[in-house]
Write a protein that binds this ligand. Structure first.
Ligand SMILES: [Zn+2]
Length: 335
């Protein structure tokens, strides 16, 4: 059974709970055979809601292809989810030009992202493209493995989507896969901070290089204000020391997935991103962090071997630099 929160994402925390509006309202005639197998993404750890939404788009929607992207849109843009989000007047349907503009934007960002992480020839099962599904529904943006990401249509349409962050999760994925582990194993051992902090930090770098707008549901500040934002939110969360044991450590902070998650979410994501950026500055780039995230279940050891330094010590330097109490220790559950 897929854990709903198995794919931790910025978007997870941006919406308190999924509004669960199943319903692509597209319904015009098309057929799956027109799409063809090469335009269907593979979702290795799909959430329960992903499957019907994906099937609906592939059956009734429109696929627009780029060099690095295949994007599935509803054929008709229904206003149900959009109206639920705000009381504003429903928007007109997306045009072909609108859809093409979105795909061109994604194409440009993903090409640069592949270059940035040193994987210009990235592919999944021989296919170099990422598959974005844009259901007309309210849910949490996520990338459940393989080559697929799910983003609410209104978010991509309004340019308020963490699409590059989700793309980074897919592009950085390697052989080992935390998402396919039993929940208890990932909760105890997955270095969530590294996955989220690195995805966000690199998204910020790529957006800076391409000149594209960077969007994060939680960290809505320019890059040069991130550290101060992180420090402020860590101080304000209910238990800063507890939170900081997970930033730079193993495991998933349970509070992120419970009733109190909105009290911890901005602090955790901002601090994780801030730490990743700090380490990259010390290292002169992201190569050590990328090697670490590629070392499934040996992330910290790999980072420390490459950098020649204790991550715990580096973390305390980082905390001091951004003005936090550094009396923290890394969580290292025994195997
Ligand atoms: Zn994420």
């Amino acid at each position: 059974m897929q854990n709903r929160f198995g794919t931790p994402c910025l978007g997870v925390l941006a919406i308190a709970f999924s509004l669960s509006m199943n319903g692509c309202a597209s319904s015009s005639s098309s057929n799956a055979s027109r799409a063809g197998p090469t335009r269907i993404g593979t979702s290795l750890n799909a959430w329960d809601d992903d499957k019907p939404r994906k099937a609906s788009l592939e059956r009734d929607g429109l696929a627009v292809e780029g060099r690095h992207v295949v994007a599935w849109f509803p054929r008709e843009f229904a206003t149900k989810a959009d109206s639920a989000r705000s009381s504003s007047t429903p928007k007109p349907p997306l045009t072909d030009a609108d859809r093409r503009a979105i795909v061109d934007r994604l194409d440009r960002g993903i090409a640069e992202a592949k270059r940035f992480i040193g994987k210009p020839d990235w592919s999944f099962r021989g296919d170099p493209r990422l598959y974005f599904y844009f259901p007309d529904a309210n849910f949490i943006s996520h990338a459940p493995g393989g080559n697929t990401a799910f983003i609410p249509l209104w978010r991509i349409r309004d340019d308020q989507a963490p699409w590059l962050h989700e793309a980074m999760h897919l592009l950085m994925k390697v052989d080992g896969d935390w998402l396919s582990q039993p929940d208890g194993v990932a909760e105890a051992r997955m270095p969530l901070w590294l996955h989220e902090g690195l995805a966000e930090a690199i998204s910020m770098e790529v957006d800076a290089r391409t000149g594209m707008k960077h969007y994060s549901p939680l960290i809505d500040v320019p890059a040069d204000q991130l550290d101060a934002f992180a420090a402020e939110h860590v101080r304000e969360c209910p238990d800063p020391q507890r939170l900081l044991t997970y930033v730079g450590g193993r495991g998933k902070l349970p509070e992120l997935f419970g009733e109190d998650r909105m009290k911890y979410a901005a602090a955790f994501y901002a601090a994780s991103t801030s730490l990743a950026r700090y380490l990259a500055r010390q290292d002169g780039g992201y190569q050590h962090l990328l090697a670490a995230i590629a070392s499934f279940d040996h992330e910290t050891e790999t980072y420390e071997r490459l950098s020649g330094q204790s991550l715990d010590v580096l973390k305390q330097h980082w905390a001091t630099e951004i003005g936090l109490n550094a009396a923290t220790s890394i969580v290292r559950p025994s195997k």
